[in-house]
Design a protein around this ligand. Structure first.
Ligand code: GLN
Length: 499
């Protein structure tokens, strides 16, 4: 039952073949069995999940019309607030905090009858590419437990690859949905900025942050995208337009006549040979399906990473100022002899991990008077150049493609002491966050040298998210035919057999 796709599970619930309660219980049992090894979850909401599941079963019994994913379990990245359920953002500073409200995406999930199993592990405040920066210990990649599951949303992607949940939500500031998807053989989508509400997401870099769907198939991601997307008056950057028709696009399975651009700058040096091999084969698959392949150049993408590492820390230094020891979670040294400022300093010293501190210091420096124009101002200008590169490219092609991540999953600990090596993981995903358009990662095979999943990135213009699903759905169908089933069938066993 747990190895089915979310759409199959929803159909089984709707037809009465299985109850949502039984389905939810099966996933909770799976979590109990394997999460000691995987550590995808920070909190499991057993009672809450079962209550939600029973409510779906009761609605069905009454003959109410169910939404397309009603009764199906989901894993929620711990950066999103859910009323009464602990939310830590992977940080000690939020330990013990229970939010008093639901994020908009959470209310939408609840209204759609999607069952929330619990909160998933992540790099502290979503800063990282490996989930090793979590204050609660790393998550392990179900393909190889000695390797990272990507980050910052490694818990969400690992929960899918370990069959602990068929659906998950992630957030991407630079790559935290696509890169974990790539290294775990799953699907992840960063929707157009403003396409999904940010209300109730703990802010990292507000002009870049975006929530999106994670799943094992393109159609499942599309079904979830339609539930979480749409205008929200609680988010001033939310786009007041209908959600693109992503489910219909996922079902088209046809790219004939589409113009697909291969980005010259996202490949070559620094990319693992097996990643490039699988990417190049995918290009040929698309050509075989009738797409026109065009090489395009985006000359300013090489400045995306440095621009990101000025903009994101600058915004985070401001956003994380709210953790002042007074309003949320941890408070250290509050013995009445100390001033509020001393308590704040002690709390921030104890509550934030090294990567978060590094970013706050970098961002505070980049925003300081005298340096603002040289650093933050210049980075914003680079952002415009990257947007111009995308506009020029999309004048020639319908979508762009590249490898999602330069390498497959690396070993836990391998890059932990080298922030720059860690930052390079998102070299291909960051331009999209800077420009605000949308992108998807889908599995495109296993790298020959290590047998680990490789991700292919599809990029579309803002509010053309449906094109991601059209190309992703067609490629997935072609791959499944070639591989004799989904890549996930090849996932190694965890406890004597995943399947
Ligand atoms: N790895 C990038 C960073 O560390 C992106 C993280 C994200 O998308 N949240 O900032």
């Amino acid at each position: 039952m747990i190895t089915q796709n979310a759409s199959e599970m929803a159909a089984a619930v709707a037809s009465g073949e299985v109850t949502s309660e039984a389905l939810t219980q099966a996933h909770l049992s799976r979590i109990a069995e394997v999460d000691v090894k995987v550590h995808a979850f920070l909190h499991i909401d057993t009672e809450g999940a079962l209550a939600q599941a029973r409510a779906v079963d009761a609605a069905r019994a009454k003959g109410e019309k169910l939404s397309p994913l009603a009764g199906v379990p989901l894993a929620l990245k711990d950066v999103m607030v859910q009323k009464g359920v602990p939310t830590t953002c992977g940080s000690k500073i939020l330990e013990g905090w229970r939010p008093p409200y639901d994020a908009t995406v959470v209310s939408k999930l609840k209204n759609a009858g999607v069952v929330i199993l619990g909160k998933t592990n992540m790099d502290e405040f979503a800063m990282g590419s490996s989930t090793e920066n979590s204050a609660y210990g790393p998550t392990h990649n179900p393909w190889d437990l000695t390797r990272i599951p990507g980050g910052s949303g490694g818990g969400s992607s690992a929960s899918l690859a370990a069959f602990e949940a068929p659906l998950a939500l992630g957030t991407a500031t630079g790559g935290s949905i696509r890169q974990p998807a790539a290294v775990t053989g799953t699907v992840g989508v960063k929707p157009t900025y403003g396409g999904v509400s940010r209300y109730g997401l703990v802010a990292f870099s507000s002009s870049l942050d975006q929530a999106g769907p994670c799943a094992r198939t393109v159609l499942d991601a599309a079904l979830l995208h339609e539930i979480i997307g749409g205008h929200d008056t609680y988010d001033s950057t939310s786009i007041d337009a209908p959600v693109p028709a992503v489910v219909a696009a996922a079902k088209m399975r046809d790219v004939k006549g589409m113009r697909i651009g291969v980005v010259r700058e996202l490949g070559g040096e620094g990319y693992q040979a097996g990643v490039l091999q699988r990417f190049n084969e995918s290009v040929e698959v698309l050509r075989g399906l009738g797409a026109e392949i065009i090489e395009v150049s985006c000359p300013h993408f090489e400045y995306a990473l440095p621009a990101y590492y000025l903009i994101a820390p600058s915004e985070c230094s401001s956003n994380l100022a709210r953790f002042d020891a007074m309003r949320f979670g941890l408070r250290v040294g509050d013995d009445r002899a100390r001033s509020a400022e001393e308590v704040m300093n002690l709390t921030r010293e104890a509550g934030f991990g090294p990567e978060v501190k590094r970013r706050i210091i970098l961002g505070t420096y980049a925003l300081s008077s005298g340096y603002y124009d040289a650093y933050y101002g210049s980075a914003q200008k680079v952002r415009t150049l990257i947007i111009n590169d995308f506009n020029a490219a999309f004048a020639q092609v319908d979508v762009l493609i590249s490898p999602t991540s330069p390498t497959t999953a690396f070993k836990i600990g391998e890059k932990a002491d080298d922030p720059l090596a860690m930052y390079l993981n998102d070299i291909a995903t960051i331009p999209v966050n800077l420009a605000g358009n949308c992108a998807m990662s889908i599995p495109c095979g296993l790298a020959p040298e290590d047998g680990l999943p490789v991700g292919l990135q599809i990029i579309a213009p803002a509010m053309a998210d449906d094109r991601l699903y059209r190309v992703g759905g067609a490629l997935e169908a072609a791959f499944n035919e070639e591989w004799g089933g989904p890549l996930m069938n090849k996932a190694p066993s965890l406890t004597g057999g995943v399947r």
